[in-house]
Design a protein around this ligand. Structure first.
Ligand code: ADP
Ligand SMILES: Nc1ncnc2c1ncn2[C@H]1C[C@H](O)[C@@H](COP(=O)(O)O)O1
Length: 223
């Protein structure tokens, strides 16, 4: 246990739309907990830029690539026995991105079915323990668009505002229906990663959620 009473083998996953602040919070929390990070790697993704230029052509390739990357990360977390803060959940790949492109028609029905069946087969392996907590970051669309601009990835800046608007709306619906693990919602205007007191407060809230889920799991262990 650390000073926050969060078990050393906990898995904390940070979720939320593009640009909301997941990577930044992932690193800040991991540093304070002395946990490892599982960060999304954008720079070496061979499909991402092509995808932003032509959704229809590259959607399926990109989803398969992300699925493979997340599976490798998940395996690494499993083998290390937890103690990770994870930047984005696999649930978002399927529940937000793949579904959005299938609904928009920029991923074909057949490709979506192939992707979904592969996803389900992968999730049913022991490598996929649910996180102890999913920290969901939410904020207004203008604040998030502003952060996308500030971060400066040209492919995202050049993407139509309606894409981010749709994604923002989908996230709001998705989180209301999410049941795979406990959720902690954080509004991005209500914390500051550079303020130790603010980070302590988030970790205090995480600690309560994790203690509850662990206590519940114990109750359900047979014998
Ligand atoms: N709490 C914060 N306050 C102000 N700016 C932030 C905060 N968190 C992230 N940012 C900035 O917003 C941009 C997107 O953050 P990032 O963590 O990369 O988002 P994500 O991983 O969700 O896409 C970056 O420029 C980052 O520096
Ligand atoms: N599953 C995905 N499908 C399409 N695009 C995705 C997926 N996962 C991440 N992305 C994109 C969105 C961003 O441009 C980068 C990184 O995401 P971020 O939220 O900034 O960490 O990858």
């Amino acid at each position: 246990m650390n000073e926050y009473n969060i078990p050393e083998n906990a898995l904390i996953t940070i979720a939320g739309t593009v640009g909301v602040g997941k990577s930044t919070l992932t690193s800040a929390l991991a540093e304070r907990l002395n946990f490892k990070t599982s960060l999304e790697k954008v720079d070496h993704n061979p499909y991402l830029e092509k995808f932003y230029h032509d959704f229809e052509r590259w959607s399926f390739h990109l989803q398969i690539y992300f699925l493979a990357e997340r599976f490798k990360e998940q395996k690494q977390i499993f083998e290390a026995g937890g103690g990770f803060v994870q930047d984005r959940s696999i649930y978002e790949d399927t529940g937000i991105f793949a579904k959005m492109h299938a609904d928009k028609g920029t991923m074909s029905v057949t490709d979506y079915e192939t992707y979904t069946s592969l996803f389900e087969a992968m999730v049913m392996t022991p490598y996929f323990p649910h996180p102890d907590v999913l920290v969901y970051l939410e904020g207004s669309l203008p604040s998030i668009l502003n952060r996308i601009q500030l971060r400066g990835r040209q492919m995202e800046i050049d993407t139509d505002r309606s894409y981010w608007e749709q994604m923002h709306g989908r996230y709001a619906t998705w989180i209301n229906e999410f049941t795979a693990c406990p959720i902690l919602r954080l509004n991005i205007d209500e914390y500051d990663v550079n303020d130790p007191a603010s980070m302590d407060e988030i970790l205090r809230q995480i600690s309560i959620v994790v203690a509850n889920v662990r206590a519940e799991k114990k109750l359900h262990v047979p014998g």
